[in-house]
Design a protein around this ligand. Structure first.
Ligand SMILES: C[S@@+](CC[C@H](N)C(=O)[O-])C[C@H]1O[C@@H](n2cnc3c(N)ncnc32)[C@H](O)[C@@H]1O
Length: 461
């Protein structure tokens, strides 16, 4: 869809002309063209590299020739890739500048629906911990769904305010703030976004961003990194906000090495470097990102001698469901069996007590009488669970029926719990009852699309 350029708000066009006097016409014209569709792959689930143009600044991402109906691709539901516009994937280059010794704790403060969080989960090491936070309660379920499907177990999800993080003290090595903004960079994807734009709204965004920055800043350790991004071009929401942050604390700006052919715009504002993705120069959406290294001294978090929360150890564990057990702490909460990464027990308990932690561990099984039912989170793990469960390979048509929880027949033999799979990637559990089977795909995630005609798979060409 295109919107004639004279439909953009005149105050916005005026500011763009001031901000980019040489290239404003190209800039504004480019807003009438859609950005290219791109996906970021989960290498642990999607194994063969597609023969498509790579996103140059991200290791596992490519541009698609057109937008398929992703909902009709079982691999999309399985967390084998995440549909994300390319500019945001530059987070990877920003994250590459992080130079911290030992296991890291990373906070993604404004995380829903999870584009940056799933990316961060791929970028961090297995012994790091990602705290993915979303303050708006109604946006938390999609964040949990996307992270769960992405298949790592070294993340927790919270629903807290920036201030609650600041009050913890300096706990984090990396703080990612992908701030709510006036969204100018999204005008070409969603021309409606332009209707919501006004100078007053942009000003409100800037004030809110300063509050988020100031309140969460104490949560970052000395020597830690702030990665700040928005999807707007407005200096008042970008470099000027970071300049203002100097009044709150000490930092140095970190430059990100660029390649000319990326066409990314580096700006420098009072010693702060920022990276802009302009619509007439890149295939992705409009985006801004900057990296700051905290230099001021901070007070380390004081952990309580005793936590109020106790992790009740389960009486027994199911055999062979989880391959590596040494690095995990298993616990039981009511009838739920869960685990957390053992190395982060203290930190996770602290978050349980101080924040609204809505997902603090991997729920892999549920006790039912004398049985343990495997949970969907177990099916989604990148750690292979297929040694304990046979894979039941489905056709695309049956896979979609499975994902929709339709009534349909399958030829089943073998063990009673099996992992329904597509292209070798698990979709979820089925239980073989002899003449029929039970579908354990989560009801709340089920595919609701009725019309499933013409469902091409973009990677099979
Ligand atoms: C740009 S979006 C985040 C997109 C996400 N990082 C991703 O890559 O998928 C900004 C997020 O900030 C959240 N938000 C809104 N108001 C906020 C506030 N006052 N403090 C923190 N986050 C806020 C929004 O709910 C939204 O999820």
């Amino acid at each position: 869809m295109t919107t004639p350029s004279n439909h953009w708000p005149s105050d916005f066009v005026g500011r763009i002309r001031e901000q980019f006097p040489q290239t404003a016409d190209d800039f504004i014209q480019a807003l009438d063209f859609q950005a290219r569709v791109s996906v970021r792959l989960n290498k642990q689930k999607y194994r063969s590299a597609p023969n498509l143009a790579p996103v140059p600044w991200a290791n596992q991402a490519c541009f698609l020739d057109e937008r398929p109906v992703f909902a009709l691709d079982p691999l999309w539901h399985a967390g084998a890739y995440y549909v994300q516009e390319a500019s945001s994937m530059f987070l990877e280059q920003a994250f590459n500048q992080v130079n911290v010794e030992g296991p890291k704790m990373v906070l993604d403060l404004c995380a829903a629906p999870g584009g940056k969080s799933t990316h961060l989960n791929s970028l961090i090491q297995d012994d790091d911990l990602l705290v993915s936070n979303e303050v708006i309660r109604s946006r938390v379920p999609i964040l949990i769904e996307n992270l769960t499907k992405w298949g790592h177990s070294n993340f927790v999800v919270s629903n807290s305010d920036a201030k609650q993080f600041g009050e913890l003290g300096a706990l984090f090595d990396v703080l990612v703030i992908d701030a709510p903004c006036s969204g100018e960079g999204l005008f070409r994807r969603d021309p409606e976004a332009a209707n919501e734009w006004s100078p007053e709204n942009a000003k409100l965004c800037s004030v809110r961003q300063r509050r988020i920055l100031a309140e969460s800043w104490p949560a970052l350790k000395q020597g830690g990194y702030l990665i700040y991004s928005t999807c707007t071009f407005n200096p008042a929401e970008n470099e000027e906000n970071l300049d203002w942050l100097r009044s709150q604390g000490g930092f140095e700006s970190v430059r990100i090495p660029l390649q000319d052919e990326w066409n990314i715009d580096e700006l420098e504002h009072n010693g702060i470097y920022g990276y802009r993705f302009l619509p007439h120069k890149v295939k992705g959406e409009g985006f801004f990102i900057s990296v700051l290294k905290k230099t001021e001294e901070t007070t380390a978090v004081r952990f309580p001698k005793k936590f109020k929360t106790r992790l009740q150890r389960p009486a027994s564990l199911p055999n062979g469901w989880i391959q590596t057990t040494e690095n995990k702490i298993f616990f039981q909460h009511n009838d739920q069996l869960k685990f957390i990464p053992a190395a982060w027990e203290r930190e996770i308990l602290l978050l349980f007590e101080k924040l609204n932690l809505v997902k603090g561990g991997t729920h892999f099984g549920t006790l039912k009488k004398k049985d343990i039912l495997p949970e969907h989170e177990l099916a989604m793990l990148n750690e292979r669970v297929s040694e304990a469960f046979e894979l039941l390979e489905l056709t695309q048509e049956d896979a979609l029926k499975y994902l929709a929880r339709d009534n349909f027949q399958l030829q089943l033999s073998g063990k009673n719990w099996q992992l329904a799979a597509f292209a070798g990637t698990p979709l979820g559990f089925v239980k073989n009852l002899g003449t029929r089977f039970n579908n354990y795909y989560p009801k709340e995630w089920r595919l609701r699309m009725q019309d499933r005609g013409n469902s091409g798979l973009w990677y099979r060409r």
